[in-house]
Design a protein around this ligand. Structure first.
Ligand SMILES: Cc1ncc(COP(=O)(O)O)c(C=O)c1O
Length: 383
């Protein structure tokens, strides 16, 4: 049985989510006027209320999407397009070099098409985004700032409330990708005072293929999809009732369990980091202050270890982790996020989640303590 320390990539569905998905998989079309359709609609609207409560938002502001990627695209493209149309000229967008491709790719795509002027703020070496540096990129025609709540690679946590307060003074909307944050941090649209926020269910114990865009009332957004006009016309398409019900169930469970999970993962990740740092030539990346680092993430860099050999050896040892290299072409590619942060050495992200145990940490330490010296010496790796 493989050991997963890759919960930041996806974490298993919680029992509550499985039960809700099974219960509503065969729901009628929630937009149909007949009784069965209205029953399904009730499920969707109740899920919307629960999700809204879980993120401190109004139910009106919750849009169900196919995941974090669509939620980010909707915020970035939707707000830029709406602002461009309103202003009658190309608007300005500020984002950061540590964003997930779900934000950076649409931002660059818009810029390549001449639909936005784009500034990408460089991060600090620990992967956090400095508020003043972000504010320095603003222009009179800035229509959106998009800064993630927590980074998916290093787990660096940004001061979103401070940035939101500064932007509120300037009447500039803030979108935050809270996909990695939600499992262990209190995510609160109202308290943070953000205008748009993205979540993905499979990062907090829901199924893959469903996410949430919170788009606060008064924020003009062009839809990406046109059709039946569901979700206040912002996101047409038949409601995925089963996925939506499962997303809400996972959200409830994640919020109920969050404080305990955070404490448990902090203990496990500290133990994991301590064990790894006992090896020579290993550095922990990300903020030193635990308050600025997700409890779920341990990001390290090894000196003198070939990235492709590490990825292969971990696979053989059935230890699932993110080695930050794409081996599809046989060539390891560096992560743009780590490059932007100036991380040197061979990176490895180990991420924990709601099913993680001490045994998982023991296994990771056992495998890496054995592998790292052998990879350095060039000794053959045995599976
Ligand atoms: C920070 C962040 N944003 C967005 C996404 C995309 O979410 P999804 O997989 O639901 O499309 C991910 C997934 O890895 C992520 O980590």
């Amino acid at each position: 049985m493989p050991t997963s320390l890759d919960h930041a990539a996806t974490t298993p569905p919680r029992p509550e989510a499985r039960a809700a998905l099974t219960r509503w998989l065969e729901a009628a079309n929630a937009s149909s006027p007949h009784a069965a359709g209205q029953d399904a609609r009730t499920v969707v609207e109740e899920a919307r209320e629960r999700v809204a409560a879980a993120v401190g938002a109004s139910p009106h502001d919750v849009v169900f999407t196919s995941g974090g990627t669509e939620a980010d695209n909707l915020a970035v493209k939707g707000v830029v397009w709406a602002a461009g149309r309103r202003l009658g000229r190309t608007p300005h967008l500020v984002t950061t070099a540590v964003e997930h491709p779900a934000v950076l790719a649409p931002a660059r795509w818009l810029a390549d098409r001449g639909e936005v002027h784009l500034d990408v703020v460089p991060p600090s070496a620990d992967g956090t985004v400095d508020v003043d540096r972000t504010l320095a990129a603003l222009r009179p025609d800035t229509v959106l700032v998009s800064v993630m709540a927590a980074n998916n690679e290093m787990g660096s946590v940004n001061d979103i409330p401070a940035l939101a307060a500064a932007l509120r003074d300037r009447a500039i909307p803030l979108h935050t990708d809270a996909v990695q944050a939600f499992a262990t941090l209190h995510v609160d649209v109202a308290a943070w005072d953000v205008d748009a926020l993205a979540l993905s269910a499979h990062k907090f114990g829901g199924p893959q293929g469903v996410g949430i865009a919170v788009l606060r009332r008064g924020l003009p957004v062009e839809p990406l999809t046109h059709g039946g006009g569901q979700d206040r016309g912002v996101r047409s398409g038949t409601f995925a009732t089963g996925l939506i019900a499962a997303c809400a169930a996972a959200g409830d469970a994640a919020v109920a369990d969050r404080a305990d999970l955070r404490a448990r993962l902090r203990r496990l990740s500290d133990r994991l980091a301590e064990g790894l740092l006992a090896l020579d030539g290993v550095r922990r990346n990300g903020p030193g202050d635990p308050e600025r680092r997700l409890a779920s993430h341990v990001h390290v860099a090894f000196d003198g270890v070939d990235p492709s050999a590490l990825a292969l050896a971990l696979d053989r040892a059935e230890l699932i982790a993110s080695s930050g290299s794409a081996c599809g072409s046989g060539a390891a590619t560096a992560s743009p996020v780590l490059e932007a942060c100036g991380v040197v050495g061979t990176p490895l992200r180990l991420s924990l989640g709601w099913t993680s145990t001490d045994a998982d940490v023991d296994r990771a330490l056992e495998v890496l303590t054995d592998l790292v010296p052998r990879l350095r010496s060039g000794a053959a790796v045995v599976g």
